[in-house]
Design a binder for this molecule. Structure first.
Ligand SMILES: Nc1nc(O)c(N)c(N[C@@H]2O[C@H](COP(=O)(O)O)[C@@H](O)[C@H]2O)n1
Length: 158
């Protein structure tokens, strides 16, 4: 006789989980790649991704190089390679930096602030197996820090 396996069943695909639960994937205007410039620390940054990735670096010249990256994807790649000198406290400040970026974005773009409220009470999640810190790790096991910060902003604005 076959015994029931104690292992969990196959993970449900993202779209199915989104349908069943009150989940919304972070995409489009809510994503850090959205072309919604922010003014922070005396400069204009093309996207929140540019600002976030630039803050990783100790040298102002490296930060400026990131700010001028032609796309958020390029800024992310530049921020993730280790050719430039990473600031030593990055791990301890990165969530605060992301919060600063998102606060700027959603306070400087009224339409986006409205969009965040329009999501209602759904939970926001970045569904990606490539990131279990900012995202959900692809199966819901990640920390979902980006989603949590967006929900924090949504609650604060209510
Ligand atoms: N799809 C995807 N792939 C990755 O590799 C990611 N890291 C993310 N998450 C986004 O990446 C930004 C921060 O990344 P690092 O801290 O430099 O790893 C941030 O915009 C996350 O939303 N997504």
């Amino acid at each position: 006789m076959r015994r029931a396996s104690s292992r969990p069943g196959p993970l449900r695909p993202w779209h199915e989980r989104e349908r069943c639960a009150k989940l919304r994937s972070i995409s489009g205007d809510c994503s850090n790649f959205a072309h919604s410039p922010i003014k922070v620390r005396g400069k204009t940054w093309p996207t929140t991704e540019h600002f976030f990735q630039a803050q990783k670096f100790e040298n102002a010249s490296d930060q400026e190089e990131l700010r001028r990256a032609n796309s958020p994807m390029l800024a992310a790649r530049m921020g993730q390679d280790r050719k430039r000198k990473l600031r030593r406290d990055w791990e301890s400040v990165k969530v605060a930096v992301m919060r600063e970026a998102l606060q700027a974005k959603f306070s400087q773009h009224e339409d986006l602030a409205r969009l965040l409220q329009a999501i209602g009470d759904a939970k926001l999640v970045e569904p990606t197996e490539h990131d279990d810190s900012w995202g959900d790790g692809g199966d819901g096991s990640g920390s979902n820090m980006l989603g949590r910060l967006l929900l924090e902003l949504r609650a604060a604005a209510r």
